[in-house]
Design a binder for this molecule. Structure first.
Ligand code: NAP
Ligand code: MG
Length: 484
């Protein structure tokens, strides 16, 4: 597919149909590898969001809301099947829109999307209540009811995967969804919306409304008839969402960023640790909320870790995301590239040194060289703030206490990694690291069966697993007076 084939105009997907936006406006979405416009995408305004929410409400009160749970599960399986059958197209769309290498999307994102659907398809008819024998004069039990209309707001770093992490459990629970994809990566979500219709989801069960965060996203968060907002993105927007959601006391789940520590001790398998540290920060061009952006290396192995990591950085194959051999694509947008380049300047000005990369990689396309900073102090901005790019900071520590202090010393609590052969130490670190996930002698894997999320500036609530069911349902008590 070349960039403009069949993609020219992308309308909203509301109430089972592609519709032109009431705003009358379209915005360009760009391929970050080529800087070419791929398509013009409908820009949802306040009234479009209102139409989508009304459609979602109608579905929830109508056919969708009355569907048998096992039939919802079947539809999710059908969607998984259709996604599998349209894999080539989805991989291409996601790559063109986001700059992710096709090899990574095929190996990681698409299988994760399908796995997520299959997992929640199986859960749709296992959302049980409990009989709780509170009294002898009554039958008392709980049921779990779907919350209603869910607003899902997602970022651009894993559009297909993070979108599905929200849609699949919400739909499994019987909620209807209004999905606002990130303005710079709207294409795969629109296609998923179409495939959902093809699978047989009733109109309005899933609406997809691209647009700008400040307008479309904000309208969704402000809407009085939205029951729940599930958001992944920045702490700044997370805070705004929380405030806006106070209007009708919406439930909110926030998955915000991180500045995760990946701690390497001298007794670790250094080869494996550095390999994983490299992919921990360079995978997806560093645009990962759980990126291991702070590599903490013990003083005894600091030089060795730095040397090997720099070599890995220099060996990354930057290039055309459509080439199977490319291991790193561009950053997702010019804005993000400039943000990352600015952080590289900040690090240099703070006194850290660059031992690999440190500059834009190409004249065309938003490529930044994989970059390794050494001589990094814990207090520097580059070791405190989320850069969201291929920039590793390597920080020296002297003992366990030092490592823990540094690792826990940011505003974030999303993930952390520890590399050591000492069984006591790894258990102690697992307990004492402030993180939603602690990886021991590995870095970065996630699985839909395991709760995912963080605390403090990384947000709150958990996605994935059966915890996601609690995000989209609420318990009701039924009390039947039986008399004695
Ligand atoms: P962002 O602004 O938080 O965007 C995330 C989503 O929220 C997008 O769909 C965005 O729409 C929307 N949004 C923006 N303002 C909104 C508002 N007032 N009300 C409702 N929705 C709103 O994140 P970003 O600017 O794309 O990225 C900035 C930084 O966020 C990154 O550099 C990174 O540090 C962090 N981030 C974290 C994650 C993660 O996985 N935790 C993912 C992505 C980014 P638009 O697309 O129109 O902006
Ligand atoms: Mg794009």
């Amino acid at each position: 597919m070349n960039d403009m084939t069949a993609l020219e105009m992308q309308d909203l997907l509301i109430d089972g149909r592609r519709v032109a936006p009431l705003t009358g406006r379209y915005f360009a979405t760009v391929n970050p590898a080529t800087e070419q416009v791929i398509a013009q995408v409908a820009e949802a305004g306040v009234e479009d969001i209102d139409a989508a929410v009304r459609s979602a409400r109608k579905a929830f009160e109508g056919e969708w809301g009355h569907m048998k749970a096992s039939d919802r599960g079947r539809l999710l399986l059908k969607l998984a099947d259709l996604i599998g059958r349209n894999e080539d197209e989805l991989v291409m769309l996601e790559s063109l829109d986001s700059g992710k290498p096709v090899s990574a999307i095929r190996r990681q994102d698409l299988p994760a999307v399908i796995d997520t659907l299959i997992y929640y398809a199986g859960m749709a008819d296992k959302i049980n209540g409990q009989v709780i024998p509170a009294r002898t004069d009554a039958l008392t039990y709980t049921v779990r009811e779907p919350l209603g209309v869910v607003g899902a707001i997602i970022p651009w770093n894993f559009p297909l995967m993070i979108g599905m992490w929200k849609m699949a459990p919400a739909l499994a629970c019987g909620c209807s969804v209004v999905l606002k994809p990130a303005e710079i990566t709207p294409l795969s979500a629109l296609r998923i919306g179409e495939l959902a219709l093809e699978a047989g989801f009733p109109a309005g069960a899933l609406n997809v409304v691209p647009g700008f965060g400040k307008v479309a996203g904000q309208a969704l968060v402000d809407h009085r008839d939205v029951d729940k907002v599930t958001f992944t993105g920045s702490p700044v927007v997370g805070r705004q969402i929380l405030q806006s959601a106070a209007g009708n006391l919406k439930r909110v789940t926030l998955e915000l960023g991180g500045k995760s520590a990946n701690i390497i001790f001298p007794d670790a398998d250094i080869d494996a640790a550095v390999k994983a540290a490299g992919s921990g920060i360079f995978f997806n061009t560093g645009q990962v909320c759980s990126a291991g952006s702070r590599i903490l290396a013990h003083a005894d192995i600091y030089d060795e870790v730095v040397e090997r990591l720099a070599a890995r950085a220099k060996s990354m194959r930057l290039g055309d995301p459509l080439e199977a051999s490319t291991s790193m694509g561009p950053l997702v947008s010019e804005v993000q590239m400039n943000r990352v380049l600015n952080y590289i300047d900040v690090g240099r000005n703070e006194g850290a040194s660059v031992v690999a990369g440190g500059a834009r990689a190409t004249e065309t396309g938003y490529y930044v060289q994989p970059t390794v900073f050494v001589g990094v102090e814990h207090e520097m901005r580059v070791s405190q703030e989320e850069i969201f790019g291929p920039v590793a900071t390597v920080i020296k520590f002297i003992d366990d206490e030092d490592a823990l202090r540094i690792a826990n010393g940011t505003v974030y609590s999303l993930a952390a990694g520890v590399w050591s052969a000492d069984i006591n130490r790894v258990h102690r670190f697992a307990r004492q690291l402030k993180a939603g996930t602690v990886w021991i002698n590995t870095y970065g894997p996630t699985d839909i069966r395991l709760p995912w999320g963080g605390a403090r500036d990384s947000g709150f609530g958990r996605e994935h697993g059966d915890m996601a069911i609690e995000n989209f349902t609420e318990p009701k008590v039924v009390w039947i007076n039986t008399g004695r």
